[in-house]
Structure formats: structure tokens, C-alpha cells
Write a protein that binds this ligand. Structure first.
Ligand SMILES: Cc1ncc(COP(=O)(O)O)c(C=O)c1O
Length: 423
């Protein structure tokens, strides 16, 4: 199946007389005829549903679809993108371990890495993702266990040299985890460029309608966990009578462990209702992304012509410093998110945002409706000036997420807000 077809058909094939649309299985539990059968489910000897915290038919169908879209061997949906990132790391790292992350990442991920994981004894080193491979290798330590970055960074919109990061991971013999939220699988499949684990906040483009929070971890299935660095996967798990994930589940060892151990113990499971809504969003992902891209490119061009605007960052613009990298990794299109800098700084940026009429102020991106945000006073307000600069954020920076309205209406609204600055 081609991508657009998978968006509609992967993960759910109704049988004769069954519902055409993926049904919501709004049930926490499932019944069985014998205790023996339930015992086999608990011992992971048999697959099946026994409790919705671990698996649910609606969520399972969406997981299968997402694994197909990202060319993975399996997927685990979570209650939010944050939970997905947290589990993706915690599945293989523990107290005393270290990992390397690009500094161009979402503010919430930065907090998770720099503060919460650190309190748990997992240490991170942030690197400039544009540094050379040799420079990047200097961040490695004997206890380095993973590499992390975003395909298109939120909100700096830097496009990652995915192959360079994959080489770094390979050189260190550790997995490369990538957050592909902004690119979406429609525009980029990081596993094609050597990424091992793909993460999404499904709250964003995959849903697209701003109706549910969710996350997903997709296992590329290619990393060799038997290299002595990941005893969590290659040595017996006492909570399953000494089962060894790499032996029992082969290529799907990582994602199976995330489900049967982390989801079992930590429980950030999505509701079946939310999985249903997410599925509706994914069905139209391909058509929505094309419109997001067309609109964003036209809006970015409009912004470059505005006197009040110092700088526009959109890797679809030929003059953007990430244009070449975008041509390599996301050649067919990009997300609808643009960032630009209002030259006069924080207060004027706030005034411009407050003057918008159709475009709404929201702590969100990737909605079908155009929305805008001021990162320095919202998503990234916990960061100090130095950290803000490291994440590529200036006080006058505006993040604009172009929706799928008629582009003339989006531009008209931005234009009237600029006119108010002149008045
Ligand atoms: C790139 C990226 N990753 C992860 C997250 C976290 O996702 P969630 O808000 O669903 O927890 C976000 C949220 O904005 C994001 O933009």
C-alpha cells in the first residue's frame, strides 16, 4: 500500500458484516473461558487483550497503522508525547546512564531531560546538532546509552542531519531516538536514514484537529540490543519469570518491553476514545500536510516582505540556512510551522500577537486552524537567557502554525496586525 492508502486502511480490516469504521472498544477488560488462558497472557506466552492499560483493540489498530507509516516493527501509543519520550528513554536507560541530545528540542522535552531525568540519575549532555561528527563524538562517555534529536526542531525549525546523528549512534553502538513530530511520517521516515526509534507527539499533525493528547513510540526493529550495553533487554526480567526480551521477541524486543514493563508499571495509556479520534486524524494526514506546507510557504514569503520582521525561519524558503538540509531529508514538503522575529522585541511582538483576529493565540501547533505563540513567555519560559539562546529562541520570536484555511485569509489577518503596529 502507498502512504495515503495506509493512512486509511492499515491496522484495521473489517470482516464480513463488521463496522467499516474502526470501532471504539471502550472496555477496560476482556473475558476468557479459563484461568489457564489468562495465565498464558500474563506469562506473555500468548498474545491477546487482558487489560486496557496494556493493550486495547482500538489503540492496537492505531499502533499498527503508525508502525506501518513509520516502517517500524511495532508501536506503543501513550497518553501524551511527553510520556512517549519519557518511556522511550527509560526503556533502556537507568540511574548512572548518560545520553546525548541535540539542544534544539521542544521545551517540555528539555525540562524532562535537564531536570526530571537528571533527578532520576540519568544524565544528559546537550550538543549543537550542527557540529561536526568528530565534535559530537566528544560528548560521549563510557556510560552513554542513547542519542536523541528532533527531525525538525520545535520551535527553532532547524532540520537535523539525520545521517550524521545515525553515524554518531553507530560509532557509539547505541540507539538513535528521533522525535519526528514536526516532519510527520508523510514527509520523512527517519528509519530510512538510520534512526532506530521514532517518537511522536500525536497531539500534533497526526491528530491535526486538536482534539486529543497522545504520543507514540515506534520501534525500527534494527538495533542490536545484545551488545552488552542493554541488560534490561538482553538479561532475564524477573517480573516475567526470567523472560529475556531479545530472545522472546527478537526485532520487537524494545517495543514489547516498553509495553509489558513500562506501560504495566507506569500506566500512561491513551483512552480508547482518544485513539479513535487520533485514527480519524491520521486518515487525512497526507492531504492535510500538503495544504499546511503550501500555506506555510506562501505565508513565509509574505513575512519576508514585512518591514517589522527581522528574520523568517522556514526551511522551505530558498534563503533559509536549513534549505539544503530540508531538500535532503524532507524534499517533498514541510510542516506548517514558521518562526519569525519581530525586530522591535518582546513588547512589540506581544502587541502584534494581541492584534490577530482569526489567528488564535494557543499553546499548540499543528492544528488545522492557524495559531500563534510567543515561546519566550510560554513554552520556553522556564529557560534562562543562555538556555533560550541555545535553543535558538530570541525575545521577539513568534511561532506561527499555519492551518489549512484559504491562505488569503491567513495573510489578511497577519497584514492587519502589522498595520496596527504602524498606527
Ligand atoms: C516536538 C514535540 N515533541 C514532544 C512534544 C510533547 O508532546 P505532548 O504535548 O503531546 O505531551 C511536543 C509538544 O508540543 C512537541 O512539539
Amino acid at each position: 500500500m502507498e502512504f495515503e492508502t495506509k493512512c486509511l486502511h492499515a491496522g484495521y480490516t473489517p470482516g464480513n458484516g463488521e463496522p467499516r469504521v474502526l470501532p471504539i472498544t471502550q472496555s477496560t477488560t476482556y473475558t476468557y473461558d479459563s484461568t489457564e488462558e489468562i495465565g498464558k497472557l500474563f506469562d506473555l506466552e500468548k498474545s491477546g487483550y487482558f487489560y486496557t492499560r496494556l493493550a486495547n483493540p482500538t489503540t492496537g489498530a492505531v499502533e499498527e497503522k503508525l508502525a506501518a507509516l513509520e516502517k517500524g516493527v511495532g508501536a506503543l501509543c501513550t497518553a501524551s508525547g511527553q510520556a512517549a519520550t519519557f518511556y522511550a528513554i527509560l526503556n533502556i536507560l537507568e540511574s548512572g546512564d548518560h545520553f546525548i541530545s541535540s539542544s534544539y528540542i521542544y521545551g517540555g522535552t528539555f525540562n524532562l531531560f535537564a531536570h526530571t531525568l537528571r533527578k532520576m540519575g540519568i544524565e544528559v549532555t546537550f550538543v549543537d546538532q550542527n557540529a561536526s561528527l568528530e565534535e559530537l563524538k566528544k560528548a560521549a562517555k563510557p556510560n552513554t546509552k542513547a542519542i536523541f534529536a528532533e527531525t525538525i526542531a520545535n520551535p527553532a525549525l532547524h532540520v537535523l542531519d539525520i545521517e550524521k546523528f545515525a553515524q554518531l549512534a553507530k560509532a557509539l553502538d547505541v540507539p538513535f531516538l528521533i522525535d519526528n513530530t514536526f516532519a510527520t511520517p508523510y514527509y520523512c521516515n527517519p528509519v530510512d536514514f538510520g534512526a532506530d526509534i521514532v517518537i511522536h507527539s500525536t497531539t500534533k499533525y497526526l491528530d491535526g484537529h486538536a482534539v486529543q493528547t497522545g504520543g507514540v513510540i515506534i520501534d525500527g526493529g534494527k538495533f542490536n540490543w545484545n551488545n552488552g550495553k542493554f541488560p534490561q533487554l538482553s538479561e532475564p526480567d524477573e517480573t516475567y519469570h526470567g523472560l529475556v526480551y531479545t530472545e522472546a521477541f527478537g526485532a520487537a524486543a524494545y517495543i514489547t518491553k516498553a509495553r509489558v514493563q513500562l506501560m504495566r508499571d507506569l500506566g500512561a495509556t491513551p483512552s480508547p476514545q482518544n485513539s479513535f479520534l487520533l485514527n480519524l486524524g491520521i486518515e487525512t494526514l497526507a492531504v492535510r500536510m500538503e495544504r499546511h506546507f503550501q500555506n506555510a510557504l506562501a505565508v513565509a514569503e509574505f513575512l519576508t516582505e514585512q518591514a517589522a520582521v527581522k528574520k523568517v525561519t522556514y526551511p522551505g524558503l530558498k534563503q533559509d540556512k536549513n534549505y539544503e538540509m530540508a531538500q535532503k531529508y524532507v524534499p517533498n514538503g514541510l510542516c506548517g510551522v514558521i518562526s519569525f522575529e519581530i525586530a522591535a522585541g518582546k513588547e512589540v511582538a506581544a502587541k502584534w500577537l494581541d492584534s490577530l483576529q482569526m489567528v488564535s493565540l494557543e499553546v499548540h501547533v499543528a492544528d488545522i486552524r492557524t495559531c500563534a505563540l510567543h515561546p519566550a513567555s510560554s513554552t520556553h519560559r522556564q529557560l534562562n537567557d543562555e538556555e533560550l539562546a541555545q535553543a535558538g529562541i530570541s525575545p521577539g520570536l513568534v511561532r506561527l502554525s499555519c492551518g489549512i484555511e484559504n491562505v488569503n485569509d491567513i495573510i489578511a489577518d497577519l497584514k492587519q496586525a502589522f498595520e496596527q503596529l504602524e498606527g
